[in-house]
Design a protein around this ligand. Structure first.
Ligand SMILES: *Cc1c(COP(=O)(O)O)cnc(C)c1O
Length: 402
């Protein structure tokens, strides 16, 4: 336990157990190490856990976004509207297809895309809306669907943070409000395949288009004179975005643990909320939990991140100073995200976007350690370190039990 006390606590981390290792070894020993039976098995398992009719696994969350957009026909001259409080991939995947990106502003308490801002940006070239469920809290999907329906737009949910989240009792991925939902299995996310991702949809034609684009754009078809022994046909340019059987074995084994890990993450987040509230520092507030009465739909947080907002001016300490103090105590927080609209690439393309609330969110955001390896003691250690760093003094000690 004294050893654990000195372990570095990162804002996120994967968890690989012996069952995962055994599953991977078994896959390595099998006849097919890519595109074997485990691909379809992981897809079936993902469909079951999200409530989607279909899932397609791919080799990254970025590939999932790229193929979802491509399968929906996004191309040059088209536009998507998305949030600037996301990883660059959400926007980049549209650029990869020659489409343009408009950045909507966010809700100040959650960092999720603001439907009113989306409505103002819809134009004749808009094809789709891409909400990002920041930190694991679903965006206001019902309102976004209303806007999409008014203008004949599709919705793709970037749910890289939100495996296991729910919106009005429907699991994220069920496609109740969207055409497709994408996930990432990067090690920092809820479950991992090293690199990996998935597209979930209820539309069989969309699933088929994603599967073809994942494999170069090929369709299996007997070649003339093949006698049915060989042949494929290329109708549309695609990619090699396949996830191999070995990594699918890891994904299946990881999914077994998802319910338990979600429970752990939610319990740790609840403890953070209680401990932080006890500090009595009104200038430090966790981002929206989903239980606030906001008139929106009931939302179940997946707690990919534990994100807090700090008014550093009132706290009397800069974010850099606070992060340095935490890192010195073995606690490694992170900032999510530098607004994508402010990345030099996008500023060069589109000039300065009007996303002032996104900038304000970024200026205050800090993601504290939260992952399935952590226990209650770890949360108390983080809060104690935060408390002492904010007071500019020594750790109080009272919060960490001997
Ligand atoms: C991780 C992430 C992605 C990209 O996923 P990769 O698997 O790393 O390609 C996309 N969007 C968001 C919001 C993410 O957090």
């Amino acid at each position: 336990m004294s050893e654990r006390l000195h372990e570095r606590l990162h804002y996120g981390a994967h968890l690989i157990d012996e069952a995962d290792i055994a599953a991977v070894v078994e896959a390595l020993r099998s006849e097919r190490i890519t595109q074997g039976p485990r691909v379809a098995e992981l897809e079936a398992r993902l469909a079951r856990c999200t409530g989607a009719a279909h899932a397609s696994v791919v080799n990254s969350g970025t590939a999932a976004l790229h193929l979802a957009y491509a399968a929906l026909g996004l191309g040059p001259g088209d536009e998507i509207i998305t949030s600037p409080i996301t990883f660059v991939a959400t926007a980049n995947a549209a650029r990869m297809l020659g489409a343009d990106v408009r950045f909507a502003d966010v809700c100040p308490d959650s960092g999720n895309i603001d439907p009113e801002s989306v409505a103002r940006l819809v134009g004749p070239r808009t094809r789709g809306i891409v909400p990002v469920h920041f930190a694991g809290l679903p965006a206001e999907l019902r309102e976004l669907r209303r806007i999409a329906d008014r203008h004949g737009l599709w919705i793709v949910e970037d749910a890289a943070h939100a495996l296991g989240a729910a919106y009005e009792q429907e699991p994220v991925g069920s496609g109740r409000y969207s055409q497709a939902t994408t996930f990432s299995f990067h090690p920092v996310k809820h479950i991992t395949t090293g690199e990996g991702g998935a597209v979930c949809t209820n539309d069989a034609r969309l699933k088929q288009a994603v599967d073809r684009l994942r494999e170069h754009g090929l369709v299996r078809a007997p070649a003339p004179g093949s006698g049915g022994h060989f042949g494929y046909q290329l109708d549309r340019l695609g990619y090699n975005y396949r996830l191999c059987d070995v990594m699918c074995a890891l994904g299946i084994s990881q999914l077994d643990k998802l319910p338990r890990w979600l429970e752990r993450r939610r319990a740790l987040a609840a403890l953070y909320r209680a401990e932080l509230a006890a500090l009595g520092t009104p200038w430090l507030t966790p981002t929206a939990s989903g239980s606030e009465a906001q008139g929106g739909g009931a939302r179940l947080h997946a707690q990919h991140l534990f994100s807090v907002l700090i008014d550093f001016e009132r706290a009397g300490v800069s974010r850099a100073q606070l992060m340095t103090a935490l890192v010195e105590q073995g606690i490694v927080p992170m900032v999510h995200y530098i607004p994508v609209c402010d990345q030099p690439y996008y500023v060069e393309l589109y000039g300065r976007a009007g996303c002032e609330r996104a900038r304000a969110f970024y200026e205050r955001e800090l993601s504290l350690p939260l992952h399935a390896r952590m226990n209650d003691e770890d949360v108390r250690r983080v809060v104690s370190a935060l408390d002492s760093a904010l007071r500019g003094g020594e750790p109080t000690g009272s919060r960490v039990k001997p």
